[in-house]
Design a protein around this ligand. Structure first.
Ligand code: ZN
Length: 426
């Protein structure tokens, strides 16, 4: 892995240099970090609008010891596996704009008219991109064929170019407050590094997916007009100010999950993702969502959708009733009981969401059900709820609103990841 810089900077120094008002903010942040299990109290003590943090002498900030467990630096390249079309021929434009095509020949790849090889690599070169599908990618593409016969395309890209692509997709580059972009960038970078490190324990060349399994990434952002072009420039500038900054807990990168809107209170991370190593994704209040009607939703599952669910889980031909079995402290449903005309099953709520459609059953924060839980179903089942997404970690709607109220990225991250700290790990 190449490094963009050989100078290692301690966090206290880099934060002071890189961030606006960083001395005060890092004091604020370190204070927040001590309140690991006091998210409730801390949430209510956070300012509703930006208030000056107490001025503490920077020398009181402890210099963190070198992490033993973090091996991957927050720089160099990462590998992203791209979702690709099922077409037999893969067409793309190389860095000079020339049309190229790759064909599958047995388990090998033939680029243009050349003899087939096990894999081919195409490099974009400095400042250029390779266009494939709807995306344009910096770095390089390695094209090969899976044992199943499908295309496998891996984009090797500089971490900062990857983070830009993720933030542009996850938060958009329209009229967004700068500090929300910065918070999202630090979370996305931390998520990527935490997951690459964990996957690196099992395989030599770990990679990330470009969709909801990891983080949405479509390569280099493509502004549609001049207005989007100028906000993309603002986004680039905001992200440059976060280069190398990551969330750490103990000596590990934080697996910094995030979601669209929490509905008023974030989920406890480990309730949603039992495999989660980071403990700082605890349930916290999110005032912007709590006071917004825009995050409320309702959806009615039709009889045929419910019956398809029953058949898919071998419960019979009809779903008879549905009821929550377990809720977490934020009142999210963790598991449901499905009763079919032949048998009964317990299902994790996230599995139910996947089965019925994540865009329809938008979150586990179900506030109402008709017919009521456990009652016999007739024509359908109406859900009423709040929030969109799994609810763990950073709430994007909340982060946007807190940033509009004047919170810094550091304050936003301290709120949603109590117990984590920010360091420059380039
Ligand atoms: Zn929220």
């Amino acid at each position: 892995m190449s490094r963009t810089t050989s100078v290692r900077r301690s966090s206290s120094v880099s934060l002071r240099n890189a961030l606006v008002g960083a001395a005060a903010l890092s004091a604020f942040f370190l204070h927040a970090c001590r309140a690991t299990h006091a998210s409730e109290a801390r949430a209510s003590s956070l300012p509703a609008a930006a208030e000056p943090a107490p001025r503490t002498a920077p020398t009181s900030t402890p210099v963190p010891r070198e992490a033993a467990l973090v091996r991957r630096r927050a720089s160099g390249t990462v590998t992203v596996r791209l979702s690709v079309p099922a077409s037999a021929t893969l067409e793309f434009s190389d860095a000079r704009g020339a049309r190229r095509n790759a064909r599958r020949v047995g388990g090998e790849v033939a680029l243009d008219d050349r003899p087939p090889r096990q894999s081919v690599e195409v490099a974009a070169g400095d400042g250029r991109t390779i266009a494939i599908g709807s995306g344009a990618y910096r770095g390089s593409l390695r094209i090969s064929v899976e044992p199943s016969g499908e295309w496998r395309i891996e984009n090797q890209v500089e971490l900062e170019d990857y983070v830009l692509g993720v933030v542009a997709r996850e938060l958009g580059f329209g009229d967004r407050p700068r500090e929300a972009w910065r918070a999202q960038a630090i979370a996305a970078r931390s998520y990527a590094l935490a997951n690459l490190e964990q996957r690196g324990a099992a395989r030599r060349d770990p990679y990330l997916f470009d969709g909801v399994r990891d983080q949405a990434y479509g390569g280099e952002p493509q502004p549609a007009n001049a207005r989007e072009g100028s906000s993309l420039e603002r986004l680039r500038e905001a992200l440059r100010s976060t280069a190398g900054l990551v969330l750490l807990e103990s000596d590990e990168y934080v697996d910094a999950r995030y979601h669209s809107s929490c509905g008023g209170r974030t989920a406890d991370g480990r309730s949603v993702f039992p495999e989660l190593r980071s403990s700082c994704l605890s349930s916290v209040a999110c005032e912007p969502c709590a006071s917004s009607d825009a995050v409320k939703w309702s959806w009615t599952a039709r009889r045929d959708e419910l019956n398809a669910l029953a058949r898919a889980h071998e419960l019979g031909d009809e779903l008879v009733s549905l009821a929550p079995l377990e809720r977490d402290g934020s009142q999210r449903w963790l598991a449901v009981e499905l009763v079919g005309d032949r048998s009964t099953k317990r299902l994790r709520f996230e599995e139910l969401r996947r089965a019925l459609g994540r865009d329809k059953l938008r979150s586990a924060l179900v506030l109402g059900l008709w017919p009521k839980a456990g009652e016999k179903l007739s024509t359908g089942l109406a859900f009423r709820g709040a929030g969109f997404g799994h609810g763990a970690g950073l709430c994007q709607q909340g982060a946007l609103e807190y940033a509009r109220r004047g919170w810094s990225a550091e304050q936003i991250l301290a709120h949603y990841f109590p117990g984590a700290r920010i360091e420059d790990r380039r």
